[in-house]
Design a protein. Structure first.
Length: 224
């Protein structure tokens, strides 16, 4: 899936504690379908905001965001929700697993929301658990897993509906170096075999080396 931003700026509204915050300033990007792009910048540089705009979680204050031929910044909430459920996978730093669901159920969650047939869900989840190396842990709960295993569950959940776009926000930021390397290798293998467009935000030079190219984010601007 091609990702395109045209003259995008984004401000956060003022609060009781602070005035309006200008986060992004006139950002234009074009990420080709099937690319593995890495957003690199210091904390607070706007990487996560860029991911939220690309992932249709937020709307730009000015400018336009396109996924494929669809201008997501012009869609209503119902269509945005459907787009996120069908076309985008999200991986977060802190896993965001549902503690009351086991590994199988966490991975199945997006398909359950989409009301897919039970047989299809079972087949897809088994396939994904094999891909991320967690078949023996299918009936375990998040509190019985290591951090690296939890992130592999999160990746499984992000790809189970076969999205053409995968977004990862500091996916190794809460892991030790060994588990972080496992996650990076897994993302690279998924990119090679499934060919989704991947956009990953990181401040790690090692993590950045796994992408096709780097987009530097600083002072509200982004450039390759």
């Amino acid at each position: 899936m091609r990702v395109r931003l045209e003259s995008v700026s984004h401000d956060y509204a003022p609060s009781d504690e602070s005035g309006a915050v200008h986060v992004l300033d006139d950002v234009s990007l074009d990420i080709a379908s099937g690319d593995f792009a890495v957003l690199v910048g210091a904390s607070g540089s706007g990487k996560s905001t860029l991911l939220q705009l690309i992932g249709a979680v937020d709307r730009p204050t000015r400018g336009a965001v396109f996924l494929g031929d669809v201008e997501t910044s012009a869609l209503d909430e119902a269509r945005l929700t459907e787009l996120r459920r069908t076309s985008i996978g999200f991986v977060f730093q802190f896993f965001n697993l549902i503690p009351t669901l086991n590994v199988f159920e966490n991975v199945a969650f997006p398909l359950s929301l989409a009301r897919r047939p039970k047989r299809e869900i079972a087949e897809r989840v088994r396939e994904v658990l094999a891909r991320v190396g967690l078949e023996p842990r299918a009936r375990h709960f998040p509190n019985e897993l290591s951090g690296g295993e939890m992130q592999r569950v999160a990746i499984g959940r992000a790809i189970v509906h076969r999205p053409p776009l995968l977004l990862a926000d500091e996916p190794t930021g809460n892991l030790d170096s060994k588990n972080g390397l496992v996650i990076l290798e897994l993302l690279r293998e998924l990119h090679a075999s499934l060919r989704p467009t991947i956009v990953m935000a990181t401040h790690s030079e090692r993590a950045a080396s796994y992408g096709d190219y780097i987009i530097e984010v600083a002072d509200g601007r982004a450039r390759r």
